[in-house]
Design a protein around this ligand. Structure first.
Ligand SMILES: NC(=O)c1ccc[n+]([C@@H]2O[C@H](COP(=O)([O-])OP(=O)(O)OC[C@H]3O[C@@H](n4cnc5c(N)ncnc54)[C@H](OP(=O)(O)O)[C@@H]3O)[C@@H](O)[C@H]2O)c1
Length: 266
């Protein structure tokens, strides 16, 4: 029997931060697997439209939606627009994110913690609340949360970012247990360093060379590419992962032999 080439046909995905980096690869992969994809972005409309055009050129379905995930009103309006355009979302990839300023706790004020919590935790939770009726009503609902390997390495200077990621991981595991009776799977993907704009900034802030120069020092001869993360997300959304929930998958090639990126500064 041949395998289904488009295993996500009929599903409606929302990828936050789907216009660049990891989110772009995820949106492109989910569309290639047959899902209709809502590509969320914050500022860079050109990048989002490029992703949508790339998906359409391959015969897929995608629409771009502007909303900052830390703006509950904008997120609510986006959810309504997606429902009208594509239908109710049954697959959320909560991926949008920004780095912290990279200051030590001694020099970090409350406002910085709150800024990161809004983007990585409170905003995504408001989005999930808005989507839950549709996720529950679907034959299968999925929430996939993009975290970071940094949650266990807790490097100096990263508290605001790391705390926000850790808080969202805790919320995701709780949500997994709460929503299991409704058929909603909730899983966490935690990449190490990924070759994206954010990845390049993290590397530059830690004083290390550019990612291209780091490849040889990383597992399998390369820093992770966005497609490495997208493949894991596609698996989690697929029927092959039907019996998985409350799981966290590290996508770090087993970890670098020498930790290179220390500080999630921007
Ligand atoms: N790169 C790494 O090394 C790494 C490692 C572990 C985890 N992660 C996590 O992976 C996720 C993606 O990171 P990335 O490296 O792909 O970042 P990136 O290259 O900087 O891209 C970020 C994406 O998120 C969007 N975005 C940022 N803030 C947003 C907001 N408030 N609302 C809506 N969209 C927003 C951006 O859209 P605009 O361009 O329109 O602003 C862009 O599409 C993040 O959650 C990050 O924390 C990254």
């Amino acid at each position: 029997m041949s395998r289904n080439a488009t295993p996500l046909t009929g599903r409606i995905a929302l990828v936050t931060g789907g216009s660049r980096g990891v989110g772009r690869a995820i949106a492109t992969r989910l569309a290639a697997d047959g899902a209709a994809v809502a590509v969320n972005y914050r500022r860079d409309a050109g990048a989002a439209e490029e992703v949508v055009a790339g998906i359409a050129a391959e015969g897929g379905t995608a629409v771009a939606y502007r909303a900052s995930v830390d703006d509950e009103a904008a997120v609510g309006a986006m959810v309504q627009r997606i429902r009208a355009d594509l239908g109710p979302v049954d697959l959320l990839v909560s991926n949008a994110g920004t780095a912290s300023r990279g200051t030590p706790i001694a020099d970090t004020e409350e406002q910085e913690y709150l800024r990161l919590l809004r983007v990585h935790t409170l905003g995504p939770l408001a989005l999930i609340r808005a989507l839950l009726p549709g996720l529950r009503a679907a034959a299968r609902g999925d929430v996939i949360v993009m975290s970071s390997a940094i949650v266990e390495t807790t490097p100096a200077g990263g508290a605001a970012y790391t705390m926000a990621k850790a808080a969202m991981e805790t919320a995701a595991r709780t949500l997994a247990h709460e929503e299991r009776p409704h058929g909603v799977r909730v899983n966490i993907v935690a990449p190490g360093l990924v070759a994206t704009d954010m990845g390049e900034r993290l590397v530059a802030a830690s004083g290390a060379p550019a990612i291209a120069d780091l490849d040889a020092r990383y597992p399998f001869g390369r820093v992770a590419r966005p497609e490495d993360v997208a493949g894991v997300v596609a698996f989690l959304a697929s029927a092959d992962a039907d019996y998985l929930t409350a799981q966290r998958i590290l996508v770090d090639g087993g970890g670098p032999d020498v930790p290179i990126v220390a500080v999630p500064g921007r």
